[in-house]
Write a protein that binds this ligand. Sequence first.
Ligand code: GN1
Ligand code: MG
Length: 372
Amino acid sequence: MAIDSKLKSIISRFEFPGTLSGCRELKTGHINITYALRFSQADGTARDYVLQRINNYVFKKPWEVMENVQLVTEHIRLAMIRQGINPENRVLRLVPVKGGGNMAEDGAGGYWRAYDYIVHAVTPDKAESPTQFRQIGAAFGQFQSMLSDFPIEKLHDTIPHFHDTRKRVGDFERTVALDVARRAAGVREDIGFIRSRGEAMCRIVDMLNAGELPLRVTHNDTKINNVMLDADSGEALCVIDLDTVMPGSALYDFGDAIRYGASTAAEDETDLDRVSLDMDLFAAFSEGFIASTASRLTPAELENLPLGALVMTYENALRFLADYLDGDTYYKIDYPTHNLDRARCQCKLLTDMEAKRDEMYATVARLCRRYA
Ligand code: GN1
Ligand code: MG
């Protein structure tokens, strides 16, 4: 793509080696703006980097996001070295800004950062097989395990109350009452669905507050495409998108991965008959996750993993619907009812999970007996 002068000037702020020879936008994620950059080197080779503009409507204090990312990637890098693993291409590495630091402000309110590109990798948007999804489960489980000795008090809450379902349920009522975009009348049934599950879905927050579940350092955005896989072997290489690494519950990471990756359809599928929970994928992910975390997680965490899937699906339904009612201020959308379609799809998935609840618990209990 043609590179405009504003982008060029941001690029020039980072310590990229070589001469810029390519730039393309990567259309992934609902939040940040991401570019892949290529630099030709004097020896004729090329090196690739990722440049991102941090969404500072979503992340109000981008410098705190960067502090977290710096600390977390450094911690993982050292953990890998201790385990005899070469961290090259397996943990994100920030590119320094000329003159110091790791984030550049563009003078127009934009905040930018850059990473080495994880090479020879793919990020499937959908599980291609149970075996692959088991690997993804293991990768997120290992990610949590590597951060199990991270000093949790050093982490900023990059989005305060991110998975505080109780607060989200309260905020949702205010959103409905304000009805900024005047859309509430058209989605009464959807609002009713969200209201009917509110209390039950606050169970994880309540257990955390009661000390029945421990706070852990968690990823909090465990979509399948946040794990990069080796393009040939399919082996999990690197967990990415670390902006929401924060204190949270292990159940959130398990649950969000199931919500997105074990669904039979895309997150915004409009033919709701196609949306359900694939129990083979559920079992495969559970196996990878439980095998890599069972020795660390408490019995209460292990037993309640399926609750994570229900709660995360509910929470995303609520958030998409709230953003639709708000006039689409948070998520990137491709068309006017995109957030509504996403919300309805999540509601349908939650309904199917409710029907399969006993089966989900039985599968997890069986795997816990095997690995715990
Ligand atoms: C957003 O980074 P991305 O676009 O994968 C969102 C998640 C939602 C997800 C739904 C910081 O994630 O919480 O679950 O969309 N991230 C943030 O697809 O709000
Ligand atoms: Mg994200």
